[in-house]
Design a protein around this ligand. Structure first.
Ligand SMILES: [Cu+2]
Length: 91
């Protein structure tokens, strides 16, 4: 058996570290009616420090957010959505 190349191993360790600190949260978002709403919701969440990825589902009325809970809390995400004009709650 051969050991993996050192560079690959370092990258894997970094990826693991990132994954262990981030969490995925599902938010129920009410008030979205079109793709423009989806963009507003997407931007409101992405603008938060600590949010790594956002996936907004218009039909389901929800947003999946990958975030570092120490830097972007669920309450902060909900507040950001309310500021943008959409009601939100943890799903
Ligand atoms: Cu809209």
């Amino acid at each position: 058996m051969r050991a993996p190349p050192p560079r690959l191993r370092i990258r894997e360790e970094n990826d693991t570290m990132t994954e262990s600190t981030n969490r995925e949260t599902r938010l129920r978002v009410t008030g979205m009616t079109c793709m423009s709403c989806v963009r507003h919701v997407d931007h409101a969440l992405r603008d938060l420090d600590g949010v790594a990825a956002v996936q907004v589902r218009l039909r389901e009325g929800e947003a999946l957010v990958e975030h570092d809970p120490a830097r972007a809390t669920v309450d902060e995400m909900i507040a950001a959505l309310r500021d943008a004009g959409y009601d939100a709650a943890a799903a």
